[in-house]
Design a binder for this molecule. Structure first.
Ligand code: ATP
Length: 258
């Protein structure tokens, strides 16, 4: 892992009127590191993720990012064009609902190809070949390349969304409950696939999940949120095997009882 963090967040707060979304959160993420954000419903996980990914304006705080050219930039200072370019190239965002991250009316191949075209690729044959290659990497048969995502199962759609995000070789991928809403057996397979891709590509990822098994399998480090605040943070195995905060102890115990 490189020493300077890829992304640094300092004292992030987001309020919705008088309602606190998340409060005074600071964190670092390094290249190739997977961070899980866990906590009960309403604890502020999605709010934090969306602030980090610049999808939601923060009430206070700062996010800086080490760009591909090596310079570290305060993301509030990016121009709209720079911000869009960053999101299309170096970042990915995997939504819980694949329909939010796909263009549902165009083919699977076009869903992948579109990201490549957005960064300037113009060679149709090459784009199609890359799309084909990515479909097989996410275990979608190449013969389905011209099918629309509407003809896919939930698991296939989610795998397509992942391919669409990874085709530009991002260094950081944000994921909001990537296995939520799928059958348990489909979840397990998707999680396996995700873990393989994250390893192979040495991706950094920030993964929101309420499922501690997802955190255990995917992440190196985790933060536990409650009421908009971080109440515990540490290496995933340490937090899950030896939780220190009473709330984390409760969270871990409730899973073990199931
Ligand atoms: N658009 C909004 N307007 C007002 N309050 C909001 C809005 N979005 C979130 N909140 C509030 O902010 C707090 C954090 O919500 P958030 O969705 O970030 O939690 P979460 O941990 O992601 O929950 P879940 O797991 O249910 O998605 C909650 O109290 C929620 O009601």
């Amino acid at each position: 892992m490189s020493e300077a963090p890829l992304l640094n967040a300092t004292a992030i707060t987001k309020t919705y009127g008088s309602q606190i979304g998340c409060e005074n959160i600071s964190l670092d993420i390094h290249e190739g590191e997977v961070l899980a954000i866990v906590g009960e419903s309403g604890s502020g996980k999605t709010t934090l993720l969306n602030c980090l990914a610049q999808r939601l304006p923060m009430t206070a705080g700062r996010v800086s990012y080490r760009m591909r050219d090596g310079t570290t930039r305060d993301l509030a200072g990016l121009t709209e064009a720079e911000r869009r370019f960053l999101m299309r190239t170096d970042w990915g965002f995997v939504h819980q609902n694949p329909a939010d991250g796909l263009r549902i009316r165009v083919s699977a191949g076009a869903n992948i190809g579109e990201r490549l075209m957005a960064i300037g690729d113009r060679h149709y044959g090459q784009i199609r070949e890359t799309a084909h290659d990515w479909l097989s990497r996410v275990e979608i048969p190449g013969v389905r390349i011209d099918d629309r995502p509407t003809a896919f199962s939930g698991g296939m759609r989610q795998r397509l969304q992942i391919a669409r995000n990874l085709v530009t070789n991002p260094r950081l991928v944000f994921m909001d409950e990537p296995t939520g809403g799928l059958d348990v057996s489909v979840q397990a397979r998707l999680l396996d696939l995700l873990r393989g891709l994250v390893d192979q590509l040495a991706l950094a990822a920030i993964v929101v999940t309420h499922d501690l098994a997802v955190a255990r399998l995917l992440s190196h480090r985790m933060i536990v949120m409650k009421g908009g605040r971080v109440i515990e943070t540490g290496l995933t195995d340490r937090v899950l095997d030896d939780p220190r905060h009473p709330y984390t102890q409760l969270l871990v115990a409730s899973i073990l009882e199931v």
